[in-house]
Design a protein around this ligand. Structure first.
Ligand code: FCB
Length: 479
């Protein structure tokens, strides 16, 4: 038994000196400058400019204008004492149409960012793909088209050659679950396709891109101590207690197969789980998996990146009672759960964030412990965790956000408890450094520890940023 507060509101817990505290962002969510320096169009430009897809029809055209404000944003990171910064590279800045020789201006922007981090003693953690696929590749089928994985490897090679001498850790893909199932299944994300078969095809080609991209990086990066990873939003799945044990078990198994093992299977174990193939047999025969693919996907990685926000609770739908669909990802005519549409996602107990996501630090602890048990040799890194709440407001240069401080305290406590239980956790990247473009929710959801006034682009530290600064400087959870 671990001592501590039953609600995970601990203070004083100490993290080792080598635990890396950082913060995360993603290119399309903060950069703006979408038509500058040769940047091509991405699927998120197209999607956000399609009326009705994004709340308020917001777009990332300007976002946080980070592309022009990179120097002052770097100073902000230094002011917070960040030890690492996780950012993503916009593929269409490197190859406007997803092919061919790299754009020097695009590479130079990320070179300046990486140099600025190193000058300030901040470790650069670079994600190659945080969802902004060049539109030209989508026009040829995007992630349903096998060649996209090869184009990704080519892009990885260029970026590795340009930045590989300086980046500390590489992440191939961010949450391929979202790219595949929200992009091609439910269609609430770009490119907005609603086809179960397309979603599963995309799963495989994203896995293939991960493997090919990793190999390309390793062959182009010159720095021996560089580390390699992928970031998954591993789902923490619970059975609904009002259902019988069989129903719970079946629903949990199905969702675990689609959401988690569809990626950890090929990436970490070298095979797709048989139950996933069986569950989805009416959707696809998986013929898109060619001989040799699994060997290509199954590359050694040094760290597994984990993004965690909340849990899901499931049971098999009984076929007649009103059915809830609380999977946390917005309503759609399409399904994010191909072959398992009969799984019901039930409403969960609060409290909730502004996304409607339940706050469950106990689920976070459990997920880390479970992952460690499954893959005991693989160190973990929290590559995203954080929360949106309504009501952040600048008053006299301060933003009081006690709910976000509380959320972070409880989740850092959970991470600490997981480590006490043997989990090897290397660091924690808070989502997000800045308020930003929250995909289908546009600018209505603020996840930043730094407030952004989108009219003036003024940045203001929220109380959560001040709290986090103290945590970083002492390596101890503050009062
Ligand atoms: C994750 C995304 C990230 C951000 C958070 C809230 O799924 O990786 O870009 O939108 O959710």
């Amino acid at each position: 038994m671990i001592d501590g507060s039953p609600d995970y509101r601990d203070s004083g817990l100490e993290f080792s000196p080598d635990f890396v505290f950082g913060s995360a962002t993603a290119s399309y969510q903060i950069e703006g400058a979408v038509r500058e320096d040769g940047r091509g169009v991405s699927i998120w430009d197209t999607f956000s400019h399609t009326p009705g897809k994004i709340v308020n029809d917001d777009t990332g055209d300007v976002a946080c204008d980070h592309y022009h404000r990179v120097e002052s944003d770097l100073d902000l990171m230094a002011e917070l004492g960040l030890e690492s910064y996780r950012f993503s590279i916009a593929w269409p800045r490197i190859q406007a149409d997803g092919t061919g020789s790299p754009d020097e201006k695009g590479l130079a922007f990320y070179g300046r960012l990486v140099d600025g981090l190193l000058e300030r003693g901040i470790r650069p953690i670079a994600t190659l793909y945080h969802w902004d696929l060049p539109q030209a590749l989508e026009d040829r089928g995007g992630w349903t088209h096998r060649d996209t994985a090869y184009r990704f490897a080519d892009y990885a090679q260029h970026v590795g050659e340009a930045l590989g001498d300086r980046v500390a850790m590489w992440t191939t893909l961010n949450e391929p679950w979202c790219s595949a199932y929200l992009g091609y299944g439910s269609g609430v994300h770009a490119p907005g396709v609603t086809s179960g078969r397309a979603a599963l095809t995309a799963v495989h080609h994203l896995n293939l891109a991960h493997g090919l991209g990793l190999a390309a990086l390793r062959s182009s990066v010159t720095r021996p101590e560089t580390e390699y990873s992928a970031t998954l939003n591993i789902h923490m799945i619970r059975g609904a207690e009002d259902a019988d044990a069989d129903s719970q078990e079946e629903a949990v198994r199905r969702i675990d197969a689609l959401a988690n093992r569809a990626f950890t299977g090929p990436m970490l174990l070298g095979a797709y789980p048989q139950d996933l193939l069986d569950d989805t047999a009416s959707v696809t025969d998986w013929q898109f998996v060619r001989p040799g693919d699994l060997e290509l996907i199954h590359q050694p990685i040094d760290v597994l990146g984990v993004n965690y926000y909340s849990t899901v609770t499931v049971k098999m739908w009984d076929g007649h009672s009103p059915r809830s669909n609380a999977d946390g990802h917005g309503a759609s005519t399409g399904s994010a759960w191909p072959g398992s549409e009969n799984v019901e996602f039930v409403e969960q107990d609060g409290p909730y964030t502004a996304m409607g996501w339940n706050i469950a630090p106990d689920g976070f602890e459990q997920l880390l412990v479970d992952l460690h048990q499954q893959f005991p040799e693989l160190p973990l890194m929290i590559t995203e965790n954080g929360a949106a709440f309504d009501g952040d407001e600048v008053v006299d240069g301060r933003v009081h956000d006690p709910e976000r401080v509380d959320y972070l305290r409880r989740h850092f406590t959970a991470a600490h408890r997981a480590m006490q239980r043997g989990v090897v956790l290397r660091g924690y990247q808070v989502w997000s450094l800045l308020d930003n473009f929250e995909w289908a929710y546009g600018y209505t959801k603020r996840f930043g520890i730094v407030h952004v006034d989108y009219e003036t682009q003024e940045r203001t530290l929220k109380d959560s940023a001040r709290w986090y600064r103290e945590l970083i400087s002492t390596h101890r959870i503050p009062q």
